[in-house]
Design a protein around this ligand. Structure first.
Ligand code: G6P
Ligand code: MN
Length: 439
């Protein structure tokens, strides 16, 4: 049986991840679940409820909530890392500062992602170092954002660590493709995909008999995006995700031979995104007023009544990839999963040292990227620009370089000029005092 620690224990995603782990004990048997956060008050809003949930499922599973790294990282097999340095108020700053300059205001894309990357690197490295000190055989399944920049930082600064960077977005996308194509389960499809994190394209979707279904999906997407014909039946968490699903229509028009990761809307239709944003009430506000209140409220209720039997908290279906990944590493299942890995020739006409999101076969304590071959000019051009941004951010963090970060912002497809990039940078530096290295 395995022991796991959730780093970023105070995240609103923690309860649904615990429910998901408990729902999969037949696949991944657990003896211990620990929550670790450096914000004790925040973690305490969830910890009691999580303990009740765990104990009601199986009283033999040990439950620990701690702010002490040694307690957290001693005797663990898997670390599920979803830390958010600066928490949601800093996400709000990222989004609002970007919008103030007329640029896409988003958590992981554009200036917001760059600012968040500069905050996240130290936190992720710190957690890796604790893990290596206290449980050297542990695997970190890292989905801390912005995953692309974090992955480049781990590649460069902790190249031999047992860290796997992964994102749940493809799972969400594949769930909607499965719904559109009439499959019960996304795993009934065999997919091909290449790109960067939050920046990729599906090039094939086959059924188990090998029939290619991508043209059929694209035909649908040109009319309805990623929504089913009856939009209301889509499995979106809220209106904002439904809008994203709709916008896929425009993305597919631009290249009707592939189907995109919907995050590309921020790079390819930035003007539309800005036009539809409220600079005074951004996604961070929606999340704080919505998901955060709901999850903390429900956890407080569970703690008070002392049972989670009638809880409204739901299993995090998207998070099922975590169990799949841990199970593959532990039991050699050879499951095919999209991971963020060093390219090393997998995409033939792309730099070896870029972190790319591609299918890998995951087995006992290892993973093996599949070969992708050559990619088309349109995607290659976009990806080269974006990879350069990510690399410059990590350079800037390592070298404390104002210039490199200005270049990174200037190069981002979301930013119209070096002037705007500089104005953004100066505001972001001010807002991120205490979080960024001094430039
Ligand atoms: C997807 C992405 C995550 C991201 C999340 C944001 O799941 O893969 O990387 O953090 O969306 O969702 P939110 O509801 O917080 O805007
Ligand atoms: Mn993601």
């Amino acid at each position: 049986k395995f022991s796991v620690v959730i780093a970023g224990g105070g995240s609103t995603y923690t309860p649904e991840i615990i429910l998901m782990l408990l729902d999969n004990l037949d696949k991944l048997p657990l003896r211990c679940i620990k929550l670790y956060d450096n914000d004790e008050d925040r973690q305490n809003k969830l910890a009691k409820a999580c303990e009740i949930i765990v104990k009601e499922k199986d009283p033999d599973i040990e439950f620990v909530a701690t702010t002490d790294p040694q307690t957290a990282y001693t005797d663990v097999d898997f670390c599920l890392a979803h830390i958010r340095v600066g928490q949601l108020p800093m996400r709000e700053m990222d989004e609002k500062i970007s919008l103030k300059h007329g640029v896409v205001g988003q958590e992981t894309c554009g200036p917001g992602g760059i600012a968040y990357g500069m905050r996240s690197i130290a936190g992720v490295l710190e957690n890796i170092d604790y893990m290596e000190k206290y449980s050297p055989n542990c695997w970190m399944l890292n989905y801390s954002n912005p995953a692309a920049i974090v992955a480049e930082a781990t590649r460069r600064l902790r190249p031999n660590s047992r860290v796997i960077n992964i994102c749940d977005m493809p799972i969400g996308l594949e769930n909607s493709y499965a719904q559109i194509l009439g499959f019960k389960d996304r795993k009934e499809m065999d997919i091909r995909y290449f790109g960067l994190n939050h920046f990729g394209w599906y090039t094939s979707i086959k059924d188990k008999d090998g029939n290619e279904l991508l043209p059929k999906l694209i035909e649908h997407q040109l009319k309805y995006g990623n929504c089913p014909e009856n939009e209301a039946e889509g499995n979106y968490t809220d209106d904002s995700w439904m809008e994203t699903a709709r916008k896929v229509k425009d993305l597919v028009r631009l290249d009707p031979t592939t189907t995109p990761n919907s995050y590309l809307q921020y790079y390819l239709y930035g003007d539309d995104m800005v036009a539809h944003s409220d600079p005074n009430y951004t996604r961070a506000n929606q999340v704080m007023d919505g998901r955060e209140k709901r999850v903390f409220g429900e956890c407080a209720r569970i703690a008070e009544v002392g049972t989670a039997k009638d809880t409204t908290l739901e299993i995090g279906i998207h998070a099922s990839f975590i169990v799949d990944l841990a199970t593959a590493l532990a039991f050699n299942t050879h499951e095919r999963m999209l991971l963020i890995v060093e390219n090393n020739g997998a995409i033939e006409n792309f730099p070896d040292d870029a972190m790319v999101e591609i299918p890998c076969i995951v087995g006992k304590d290892s993973y093996e990227p599949l070969s992708i071959g050559k990619i088309p000019t349109f995607q290659k051009g976009l990806m080269e620009q974006q990879v350069a941004v990510e690399k410059l951010v990590v350079d800037a963090w390592i070298e404390h370089s104002y210039l490199k970060l200005w270049q990174a912002l200037t190069l981002s497809k979301t930013v119209p000029s070096a002037n705007v990039a500089k104005a953004l940078l100066d505001d972001l530096i001010e807002a991120n005092k205490g979080y960024w290295p001094e430039l």
